[in-house]
Design a protein around this ligand. Sequence first.
Ligand code: SAM
Length: 364
Amino acid sequence: EEYIHTLRHGAIPSEKALRAILSIPYREKALVDQVRYRAMEVMEREVGNLVYYRGIVEFSNICTQNCRYCGIRRSNTHVSSRYLLDEEEIVESALWCAERGYGSVVLQSGERRDEAFIELVERIVKTIKERSRSTELPDGVGITLSVGEQTLETYRRFYNAGAHRYLLRIETSNPELFSAIHPPEQRFETRLQALHDLRKAGFQVGTGVMIGIPGQSIDMLARDILFFREIDVDMIGMGPYITHPDTPMAVQGMMEKEALLHLSLLMIAATRLALPDANIAATTALQALVPDGRERGLRFGANVTMPNITPLRVREAYRLYENKPCMNERKEACEACLAGRIASTGRSVGLNAWGDSPRFFKRK
Ligand code: SAM
């Protein structure tokens, strides 16, 4: 309670305060509510009340990386099929978003670093930009890329093609835990360098962590939030870690769902308090825990959500974890469902605007 009192005075929470917030037990409803109200107050003051859509196209599940937790890791031979969508289909999906007033799209895929892939991404970004210019969006739809670790030169090429935001989760800011959940050739330092390179290339940078990784402590999560501040990110996307049966980490199990949801929501609120003007996403994985998971995230200080617009026939093949929601819903149905979910939180959708994070412009 002592810490929550300091929050009322607008202070950025210290590491101790972050630990205290993240340790609030589920049954302490009054304390949870205080943190939640405070996070919502800060959100409204700093980034406003609107919820921004990022239509996400998961355009390929072909991956050269072997993250030990991920369903589309290179070594998982049970993936139903490895696909790369047709260029025109990717472009059309993005244009569909622009027509519906979504200011922004996310193009996400498994990781490849070959020239053919890099050129493909460049071409797609350029085409989407050219074809999405309209009176509402004179500079075209906002494009966020999430295609993993690349070189600075590649990031520059993507930026010059017209993408302006990039998501690359650090997954955990604890180097030992990072090593435990990745194969030895995937190094923490490389991931960190990639985040710096993204900033150098001019991107608005988003990162995030998985919550509830086996071996992760409250202290580590508190330090994750301090890490977000240290590298001064513009956007944060965090979600619960959920097992996938065909991965090496499945044997270690996962946290019990209710406790995991509770911790994930406290992480969102604590992150909002620590980085008041960042964009924070209510991620899809929250909905894998409970049907209204994303709305709950929006009620704890998140201001962005990502409708899934990946073509239905490949959604099953992009299963990162068990129980991934919206596997059978057409994009129109996803949209209607999400609109209802957002309305249920008493907020409106920020249409026809990129909805950039104010944090980025303040730094500039
Ligand atoms: N390859 C790109 C990358 O790594 O940034 C983008 C795609 S990757 C599948 C997107 C995110 O999925 C990862 O950053 C990771 O946090 C998340 N993810 C993968 N497996 C997960 C799991 N089992 N539970 C929760 N999130 C998971």
